[in-house]
Design a protein around this ligand. Structure first.
Ligand code: PEP
Ligand code: MG
Length: 581
């Protein structure tokens, strides 16, 4: 038996077999010069790899014909044509002879060029095909580099998924019926893989550093997502302990769920709104079960992360409408595309390309403003969906007023385009911004003049304020929400909103942390948006306290000079106010 401790990201207890996933993402593409006499050999390698890849695609095509729709089968037919395209091959041959570099590098480089050209095309058809080019070249590269392709969608047995790292797109496409838990070497509490695991209700422990190296074939795991512990080959006694804890966890969850309908109101009558964060349209309906009073953050980029999905307007419109219809007259805040950082997609321009620091690079609103047609496609889809419910639009990663004004100008153009096509949209749609870059928090008073609401993204706000990569477990101990700098930025933002008469919300993971609820209340926050399953617990804290008590606590916290003092203060306060927990 061996015990490993990581970061607890998604609660729940599971015991079972593990599945070690090696990943199929291309990491380092080798690049080296070759001699003139090696050119023929490299070319033959390409022909052999093409043949192997084509055989796989033919198999996939036949399987799709048998088991799926014609549309899906057509995709593989198109892939086959791309693979065997004589112009593509001639281009590779020409470069091979001229540059004399290894074939993997040349294929990779040419494919990137083609995909980039397609993505900047004004024709949506070509933009959509860019994802196919990426798919085909990845397949070819796998053959050239001898990487065995395995998709997590093909998991056929129940297992606890173990990986060094998982991309959000891999979590999205995995067979969720079979994945009973997730354990990963990498990843922090607010990484997008963590957020997705929580959204799917899959217990997960990330940031375990070495679990992939510790495991042997056939090892059994006991994983406790709440405490962040993973036991390899537990003894009989600890198995019993985990089974018991699992039962207690489920009982407690059911008890909290039974209170989903109660209002989020303090004992002295202060009412706040508790909403849900969602990543996929299907989550909207489930969020109601937990008592969500709306969707405070719909991370629309997850629509684009599903492999092979295109960013077409009609398809986006359908997705947004599904969410709005499910929520009825409850508000739904759709955040415009925020790819980049750890959210890289083959279906939109790859923002990490050329960025040495992707988290500080071409991400979110920066990318959208640089690709106005692409951005306006999303805006039109959101506008059109507004007739099905109560939509709000939110821009991510705004760092200053100029960006916000540019985004607003494009929204105005999108509205004009809808009107020109006689497409209807709601008369009044609130437009707000995320406050997640320190410069935005520092200039919140200026931004509030143009904004209908603020929503504080503490995941990124902590990352950028404290200089802590949110996906890196080695520095995650520094991501302290009660750091005086963070508390001051929160206060400044909320005060600026209230001075202007607009609402201040929070949609970072901190919103769903019960221990943070009293401080956030005391700071005057109006709305909390979180993973739906966290709502009942936060509501319990809110209903069990008074605003006055929370204000006193927050004043003390703001006067502290270290997060350790505030951690201790909150711990004592919680023990006094909620002695049973
Ligand atoms: C945040 O940064 O807090 C946030 C809610 O956005 P995301 O986690 O998607 O970056
Ligand atoms: Mg963010």
């Amino acid at each position: 038996m061996k015990k490993l401790t990581g970061v607890s990201v998604s609660p729940g207890i599971v015991i079972g077999k593990h599945f070690l996933y090696q990943g199929s993402e291309l990491q380092d593409i080798p690049r080296y010069a070759i001699g003139k006499n090696q050119v023929d050999g490299e070319w033959r390698r390409l022909l052999a790899a093409t043949e192997e890849a084509a055989a796989d695609v033919r198999d996939l095509h036949d399987k799709a014909v048998r088991e799926m729709s014609k549309d899906k089968a057509d995709i593989f037919e198109a892939h086959l044509m791309m693979l065997e395209d004589t112009e593509f091959q001639a281009q590779i041959k020409e470069r091979l002879e001229a540059d004399r570099e290894n074939i993997e590098w040349i294929v990779w480089d040419i494919s990137r060029e083609i995909a980039a050209k397609m993505l900047s095309s004004p024709d949506p058809y070509f933009r959509e095909r860019a994802g196919d080019v990426a798919d085909v070249s990845r397949r070819l590269m796998h053959k050239l580099m001898g990487i065995k392709e395995f998709s997590l969608a093909d998991l056929t047995e129940d297992a606890i998924l173990v990986a060094h790292d998982l991309l959000p797109s891999e979590v999205l496409s995995m067979n969720k019926e079979r994945v009973k838990g997730i354990a990963m070497d990498m990843g922090g509490r607010t990484s997008h893989t963590a957020i997705l695991a929580k959204a799917f209700g899959i217990p997960a422990v990330l940031g375990l550093s070495s679990i992939t190296r510790e495991l042997n074939a056939g090892d059994i795991l006991a994983l406790d997502g709440g405490s962040g512990q993973v036991i390899i080959n537990p003894t009989k006694a600890s198995l019993l302990k985990y089974e018991d804890a699992g039962k207690r966890y489920r009982r407690n969850r059911d008890k909290l769920l039974a209170q989903a309908e109660l209002p989020a109101e303090t004992k002295d009558g202060h009412r706040v709104l508790l909403k849900a964060n969602i990543e996929l349209p299907e989550e909207a309906e489930q969020s109601l079960r937990y008592g969500a009073e709306g969707i405070g953050l719909y991370r629309s980029e997850f629509l684009f992360l599903t492999p092979g999905q295109a960013a077409e307007e009609e398809w986006q419109y359908q997705a947004y409408s599904t969410v709005l219809k499910a929520m009825g007259d409850r508000p739904v805040t759709i955040r415009t595309l925020d790819v980049g950082g750890d959210k890289v997609s083959s279906n939109v321009p790859a923002p990490s390309e050329g960025d040495k620091n992707p988290l500080l690079g071409w991400r979110a609103i920066r990318m959208c403003l640089a690709l106005p047609d692409f951005f306006k496609t999303q805006l039109r889809a959101i506008l059109r969906s507004s007739v099905h419910g109560k939509v709000k639009i939110m821009f991510p990663m705004i760092s200053g007023i100029e960006e916000f004004e540019q985004a607003l100008a494009l929204l105005k153009e999108a509205k004009a385009e809808c009107l020109a096509k006689k497409q209807r949209f709601a008369k009044t749609i609130e437009v707000g911004i995320m406050i997640e870059v320190p410069s935005a928090a520092m200039s919140a008073d200026i931004l509030a003049r143009k904004s209908d609401f603020f929503s504080i993204g503490t995941n990124d706000l902590l990352q950028y304020t404290l200089a802590v990569d949110r996906g890196n477990e080695r520095v995650s101990y520094l991501a302290q929400p009660f750091h005086p700098a963070v508390l001051r930025l929160l206060k400044q933002t909320i005060d600026a909103a209230h001075e202007r008469g607009i609402k201040a919300a929070i949609c970072g993971e901190l919103a769903g942390a019960p221990y943070a609820a009293p401080i956030l209340l005391g700071l005057g926050l109006d709305e909390y948006s979180m993973t739906a399953s966290a709502i009942p617990q936060v509501k319990r804290i809110i209903r069990g306290t008074t605003l006055e008590d929370c204000r006193t606590l927050t004043e003390k916290a703001l006067a502290n000079s270290s997060y350790k003092q505030t951690d201790a203060l909150v711990k004592t306060w919680m023990a006094d106010h909620f002695p049973d927990k």
